[in-house]
Write a protein that binds this ligand. Structure first.
Ligand code: ADP
Ligand code: GN1
Ligand code: MG
Length: 366
């Protein structure tokens, strides 16, 4: 069924008449549009998004989490007398009947939030300062949510970063081999199978009570934070669909995964994919500048592991999706998920080789 985006927009309170609407951003999951609105000669943008209902089976719970989280952060910023609050936390618009999402006739779920103007997301940050700022912003985000009152947040994707779950999904995909691709990816399958043990560690740490579960973002890929174009400051953490219970090394690790090699996530020249200790250092310093005060020793001790673990998790998920026939992530070319997988595994191997030096760097910063 063809859904009119203008008609969807009209269900929300918008800052004026719609004068343009275009696809926006490079996310792998949701459908994102930028909508230009005009009122009395003033132009303002909003972001319209269709929540990926195949990925998020309970969009109502996603939006309830997001409302609680953004309200809490906004209240904290207000209490602290912060400037520019409307650019520091996402502000969602209600539908005309007071809901945080609109469900269309075809069962699609839509939401609208303010566009953060004068700020950008970077797939591949260019400078050490950008890395520092991005990491600092995610640390600030975690620190602000440490005292979120009320019941636990909904688990919007069950066992999202549970390596046992991801390994099981991989072995299921391998057993089915729906597209007969397994024979051509033996090397990747072997890489993963020889490291399966690594995927079990977080479950063990959680179940033995050695590491605290906190509220984490869980999708801290570097293009999920907006940096101020004028000042460079890490301004606003976005893409809040997976904010829920998790481990701090998931958040730190996903940041490492998406920054440490300084290349695109789907780079095809693997000689360019090497973990750079200086990039690691910038991310570490940025994260510790804001999260350092609340991290326990065991959390610090797992920061380097987090980088390897999250790269391993994503490599596993990309490989699984490749074997399944590209049903989860948006792809833009044949073999795209395999290219992404190879980059992740290359990062794992590169971090493994440099582990001792990176661990020493973390200890020096204690
Ligand atoms: P996905 O889950 O598909 O990754 P995101 O919520 O991350 O979706 O949005 C995709 C991209 O759209 C982001 O990387 C960012 O560039 C842009 N974007 C999303 N929300 C905003 C916003 N409020 N203001 C400006 N740009 C945004
Ligand atoms: C997805 O939504 P986006 O593009 O920021 C994915 C993350 C992966 C990432 C890999 C809900 O993130 O878990 O790390 O792609 N989000 C979901 O690029 O699966
Ligand atoms: Mg995103």
């Amino acid at each position: 069924m063809e859904i009119s985006l203008e008609r969807v927009c009209r269900h929300f309170e918008l800052p004026g008449e719609i004068i343009a609407l275009e696809p926006f951003g490079g996310g792998h999951i949701n459908d994102t549009y930028r909508v230009r609105c005009q009122c009395d000669g003033d132009e303002q943008y909003v972001i319209l998004q269709r929540i990926n209902h195949a990925v998020f089976t309970r969009p109502d719970e996603v939006m309830e989490n997001i409302t609680r989280v953004t309200d809490h952060i906004r209240a904290k910023l207000t209490a602290a007398g912060a400037s520019d609050i409307s650019r520091r936390v996402l502000q969602f618009h209600l539908t005309r009947d007071g809901k945080s999402y609109y469900r269309d006739e075809a069962g699609g779920y839509w939401r609208v939030c303010d566009f953060i103007a004068g700020a950008s997301t970077w797939d591949v940050p260019k400078t050490q300062e950008q890395l520092y700022q991005a990491a600092r912003a995610f640390g600030v985000f975690g620190a602000m949510l440490a005292d979120l009152p009320g019941p636990p947040l909904f688990e919007t994707i069950p066992q999202f970063h549970d390596g046992r779950n991801r390994y099981r999904q991989f072995t299921d995909a391998l057993a089915k081999d729906a597209k007969k691709r397994a024979a051509s990816v033996k090397e990747e399958i072997d890489f993963l199978q020889t490291r399966a043990e690594m995927l079990l560690l977080p479950g063990k740490l959680i179940e033995s009570g050695q590491i605290p579960l906190r509220i984490t973002h869980n999708d801290t890929k570097v293009n999920n934070v907006m940096l101020d174009d004028a000042t460079g400051e890490g301004l606003c953490v976005i893409d809040l669909d997976t904010v829920m219970s998790g481990l701090t090394f998931y958040d730190f690790g996903d940041l490492v995964r998406t920054t440490v090699a300084g290349c695109e996530e789907d780079e095809t020249d693997l000689s360019k994919v090497q973990a750079d200790p200086q990039r690691f250092q910038a991310v570490l310093e940025g994260y510790l500048s804001s999260a350092g005060a609340f991290l326990t020793p065991i959390e610090r001790e797992h920061l380097v592991f987090g980088g390897k673990y999250m790269s391993m998790i994503m490599g596993t998920r990309f490989l699984t999706d490749y074997l399944n026939g590209d049903v989860y992530y948006k792809i833009h070319r044949p073999g795209h998920n395999l290219d992404r997988c190879r980059v992740q595994f290359q990062i794992v191997a590169s971090l493994e080789r440099q582990s001792d030096a990176l661990e020493a760097m973390v200890r020096r910063m204690a």
